[in-house]
Ligand binder design. Structure first.
Ligand SMILES: Nc1nc2c(ncn2[C@@H]2O[C@H](COP(=O)(O)OP(=O)(O)OP(=O)(O)O)[C@@H](O)[C@H]2O)c(=O)[nH]1
Ligand SMILES: [Mg+2]
Ligand SMILES: [Zn+2]
Length: 774
């Protein structure tokens, strides 16, 4: 039976697609246009500013037919029936599959085809025929009955009874289902989206061709028709935003185990009709292409190319032909995203979708899984991973005590929750979620709110989740952080992404070394601070309950001042989009020599690694490193640029690859101050003295100790060693874990080859055994 089940995989062609890009560029318009079929060459005569999209809208399901390029919006019932019909089509080619799925298939197929004869007046007859055929198939009838009972739920029977069912084309190799999510373009949304999206996605990156690439685009938010709130200037330019999004997408860790599923991107420039002449268009395309191809991550299959071979597709969103090209390109990028999935997984997916419940107890979920013939623990884990990381259909926070018995079966509620929180600051009028005006004002000016405010949020009011569950979820996702008690004695939480932004230019004073130290810069392999990393870093630091607390002033979305309570100094973190900048203000009465520079650097490094893993970025693709503003001779006069800090034991030095005269130099005392007692490597190597810190970290992350063997293997410890540890500790898992980590820290077995002990190798190992923080 198990063997048969192994073979019972079906081809699934369901793809998540998401629009991203600055506000009012035409993202929502494109989504609407994908559905219209008439030739409409006129931009609509809308004069008013359209309503803004929220953080992310509920997904819309599209069927994309191969033969006529028509996109249809379909309901989940239609998705299911189409899918089942698709299974039927595969009958001749895939007998293996058929033998297992036949019950489901035939039952529904019988419903559909025999429906016309019986007119479903008597479902009994149909059921009888179905059961008869099931038995005819002489396989375990019990399993069939499970599948049958499950898939043919009441709502499907109703759907089947509906005349439209007959017209639903099957989902088969020549058409796709696309789960389309439209997002809002406001930069504050962009900072939270990475934490909320768990599945691999095809991104449509959109921008307005008429906006200067070098201009800091203006941000508007219109919540309702009456809303007249004015816009503000974003802190980043159009070009930076596009490149940041691209770099982030390319750096996403791919959880999918099946080949062919990758996060990919399409770049679309809108408002082509407003552009004068093709010269301007060529210029924009060439400029972006040059930048993109100059990045470290660029490969020819990273971004879909247009029929002309360009990376940027210029469109007039209202032009039929242009929209057709978008459809073709989406189709082409999705063509490789076919993957084989056990039919039982798909059955569970549809069951969950059909139930249409936002949350479900773990026991209920297990019961449904059982009904779909998913019975053992390994399969259950796998199906959770599939539903979460591939389909984005569930979110299971198994590491949060308050959530370990609950599965979120509609992740949209998390988007809606965060949306509701953020909206308070955008639209003064929208204080619905805050119980009083003064609370709303405090939130708006300082990003702080209390549990009480969450109680006013929709999903809490509707009883899906309690505020006591929502808080740990948001903390776990590093979207918020606890920040102490307010004047009335209530616990307060901090949402960094909603604050005002500070200007990003580099003050000339930064380039001098008069202060006794050089500002430390953090760079990322993808060339930009990946989306979400800055806000989540702030939350992560604040959650660590260490000596880093928010200083009362100089707190912006892209610039946060921390106060180190033990030594009294201040650390200013600033997101300059291409890098982070760390500066220190010495506390009154102290001197620069009292500042624990190396500790600050290590502390930041640690939290960056944690956040990068949390946001599903691949440590190897994003990996941060340090640098300084280049002050090399002949270089200092040009634009401020970064010289990388190269760490190696014999000769730590900085390297500037800026043309025309790339050069290296040893660290100046002002630079070396950050690495004083850490001369061997910047990616601090752990030794046995780090044991308690590592264990503390795992505890904090609610690491599942039962998986210590897998962790050990992933870290490079051999099985015989693990066996010995287990017998020595007589199976006490806590002890086993401790011993296993000690072996790792002592670099036993093949640890050296697997990667010397540090945060990166630990994060990578946790990731590989599915213990990554969700
Ligand atoms: N002339 C012209 N107008 C366009 C084009 N594409 C979109 N528009 C208009 O641009 C405006 C922006 O539309 P939306 O689709 O709401 O923009 P959005 O990107 O969804 O904005 P947010 O949801 O706020 O992020 C609308 O008034 C559209 O009619 C285009 O190609 N040409
Ligand atoms: Mg929109
Ligand atoms: Zn230089």
């Amino acid at each position: 039976m198990d063997k048969l089940q192994d073979k019972a995989k079906v081809k699934v062609q369901i793809i998540s697609c998401m629009t991203v890009g600055p506000p009012t560029v035409g993202k929502t318009t494109l989504r609407e246009q994908l559905l219209t079929d008439q030739c409409n060459n006129e931009p609509s005569q809308q004069h008013k500013r359209p309503l803004s999209t929220q953080v992310a809208e509920r997904k819309k399901i599209f069927r994309l037919a191969a033969n006529n390029n028509k996109w249809n919006h379909i309901t989940s019932d239609e998705e299911l029936t189409g899918f089942v019909k698709g299974l039927d089509r595969n009958r001749n080619t895939k007998f293996d599959i058929l033998t297992i799925i036949s019950a489901t298939t035939l039952t529904l197929v019988i419903y559909s085809y025999f429906y016309t004869f019986f007119h479903s007046q008597d479902t009994m007859i149909v059921e009888a025929i179905a059961s008869f055929i099931i038995i005819m198939y002489h396989f375990s009838p019990r399993m069939y009955m499970y599948m049958y009972k499950n898939i043919v739920s009441k709502s499907v029977i109703n759907a089947v009874r509906n005349k439209t069912f007959e017209q639903i084309p099957p989902v088969s190799s020549d058409n796709f289902i696309i789960h389309f999510k439209d997002t809002g373009g406001q930069p504050e949304f962009h900072e939270v989206i990475p934490a909320l999206v768990s599945q691999s996605t095809l991104y449509l990156i959109m921008f307005n061709l008429n906006e200067d690439l070098e201009k800091e685009y203006s941000v508007t938010y219109k919540a309702s028709e009456e809303d007249t709130s004015s816009g503000y200037e974003s802190s980043f330019t159009v070009k930076e935003t596009i490149l940041q999004i691209l770099g982030s997408i390319q750096s996403l860790h791919n959880h999918a185990t099946e080949p062919g599923i990758t996060s990919n991107a399409l770049i679309i420039g809108t408002h082509k009709d407003k552009i004068k002449g093709t010269r301007q268009l060529r210029q924009i395309q060439q400029e972006l292409e040059k930048e993109i191809k100059g990045t470290d991550w660029y490969t020819s299959d990273a971004i879909a190319t247009t029929p002309n071979g360009d990376l940027v597709l210029p469109i007039n969103t209202y032009n039929h032909n242009d929209v057709e090209i978008v459809k073709d390109m989406i189709k082409q990028s999705t063509a490789t995203r076919t993957y084989m999935v056990p039919v039982t997984f798909v059955a569970l997916y549809f069951t969950i979708e059909k139930l249409n419940k936002p949350v479900m107890s773990l026991n209920k979920f297990k019961k449904h899984a059982h009904d779909c013939n998913i019975t053992n623990k390994i399969e259950l884990n796998r199906v959770c991973q599939y539903l979460q990381d591939t389909m984005g259909a569930i979110r299971y926070f198994k590491n949060i005590p308050e959530m370990k018995d609950i599965i979120i079966t509609d992740p949209q509620i998390l988007f809606d929750l965060v949306n509701e929180l953020i909206l308070c600051t955008f639209t003064f009028k929208n204080i619905r979620t805050m119980s009083s005006r003064s609370q709303a004002e405090r939130f708006r000016s300082s990003g702080r709110f209390t549990k009480q405010s969450l109680q006013e949020c929709d999903i809490v009011k509707k009883g899906f989740l309690t505020a006591d569950q929502v808080i740990p979820i948001l903390i776990h996702l590093s979207i918020i952080a606890p920040v102490g008690i307010n004047s009335k004695g209530y616990k307060e939480y901090f949402l960094p992404c909603v604050l005002f932004h500070a200007p990003v230019s580099v003050p000339a004073s930064m380039l001098t070394v008069a202060t006794g130290y050089s500002p430390l810069l953090v760079t990322f392999k993808c060339g930009y601070t990946p989306r979400g990393v800055f806000s989540c870093l702030i939350s992560s630091i604040l959650c660590s309950e260490g000596q880093w607390v928010l200083a009362s002033d100089k707190i912006y979305r892209n610039q946060v001042m921390f106060h180190l309570t033990e030594c009294g100094h201040y650390v200013l973190l600033k997101n300059c989009i291409k890098y982070l900048q760390v500066t220190i203000t010495v506390c009154h009465g102290s001197t620069i020599s009292d500042v624990p520079f190396p500790e600050i650097q290590k502390f930041l490094s640690q939290h960056l690694s944690i956040v990068i893993t949390k946001l599903r970025y691949s440590a190897s693709k994003v990996g941060h490193s340090f640098g300084f503003y280049c002050t090399l001779e002949d270089h200092a006069t040009s634009d401020p640029h970064i010289a990388q800090c190269i760490s190696n034991v014999q000769n730590p030095h900085i390297k500037c690859s800026d043309s025309p005269s790339p050069m290296t130099a040893s660290l100046t005392p002002e630079q070396a101050i950050w690495f004083k007692d850490d001369s061997n490597t910047l990616r601090t190597t752990f030794d046995i003295t780090h044991l308690s810190m590592v264990i503390q970290f795992l505890n904090k992350e609610h690491y599942d100790v039962a998986t210590w063997q897998q962790l050990g293997l992933a870290l490079g410890i051999y099985q015989p060693t693990l066996n010995k540890i287990e017998s020595d500790a007589r199976g006490k898992t806590e002890d086993c874990l401790r011993e296993c980590l000690s072996s790792w820290l002592r670099q036993e077995d093949s640890v050296k080859e697997s990667g010397i002990p540090n945060w990166y190798t630990l994060a990578k190992a946790l990731d590989s055994i599915g213990q990554h923080s969700i």
